[in-house]
Design a protein around this ligand. Structure first.
Ligand code: PRP
Ligand code: URA
Length: 210
């Protein structure tokens, strides 16, 4: 596995992922699980945030303790399904800004089509974490990151729940500077570009549109 790819095998994430995959799980529980998994993944994906010392006063006296060193984050969900992860990551980092990239996969070509793009204006001062539950062929993630790079953020990470090996290979080849965080690398893509075993269509399951 590429050294830029981190598979989060924490038991809580893996347990929730099993329920997420289950076709009997309805939209309400599916949304809750996506959000909870996003929170747990964000905890790991922000592990390298730098700290600095500050002096505070506890009821017992002065103490030098740590705070995050002025790093600013932006989360960028890929619409639609990435929206399901936003609440979960904002639970941990409420001061982060949120940009949006709208892409959908053309069902015949499987190529992403851009339809929306709104990023925070101070993105050059921010570390960006791109959110999308599914990395299948990698086309959507590659295009989203290419679009975000035009605004020159400090760094970009990509956080998904399930990745296909094909998507990881394509994404790490196209953007070798981007660290990829996922909860599982599944077996393969089927002949219509769905991840196997996967969880089906993430957007449809989040929003109940099937
Ligand atoms: C899904 C998913 C990713 C993309 C992954 O979105 O949420 O964005 O497919 O596939 P790829 O790696 O082959 O590009 P979809 O295009 O179905 O749009 P939606 O989120 O609006 O349902
Ligand atoms: N998009 C999804 O929502 N699911 C897949 O398996 C592949 C792409």
């Amino acid at each position: 596995m590429d050294s830029n790819v981190f598979v989060m095998d924490h038991p809580l994430i893996q347990h929730k992922l099993t329920h997420l995959r289950d076709k009997k799980t309805g939209s309400k529980e599916f949304r809750e699980l996506v959000s909870e998994i996003a929170t747990l993944m964000c905890y790991e994906a922000t592990r390298d945030l730098p700290l600095e010392d500050i002096e505070i006063e506890t009821p017992m006296g002065k103490a030098v303790t740590k705070v995050i060193a002025g790093r600013k984050l932006a989360f960028v969900p890929i619409l639609r399904a990435g929206l399901g992860m936003v609440d979960g990551v904002l639970n941990l980092v409420p001061a982060a800004k949120v940009g949006h990239i709208g892409l959908y996969r053309d069902e015949t070509t499987l190529k992403p089509v851009e339809y929306y793009n709104k990023l925070p204006s101070d993105i050059p001062e921010r570390d960006v974490i791109v959110l999308d539950p599914m990395l299948a062929t990698g086309g959507s993630a590659i295009d989203a990151i290419t679009i975000i790079k035009r605004s020159c953020p400090k760094s970009i990470k990509f956080m998904c729940i399930i990745a296909a090996p094909e998507g990881i290979e394509a994404l790490t080849a196209a953007h070798p500077d981007v660290h990829v965080y996922c909860a599982s690398v599944d077996s393969h893509l089927n002949d219509i570009g769905y991840i196997v075993p996967g969880l089906g269509d993430a957007g449809d399951r989040i929003f109940g549109t099937k």
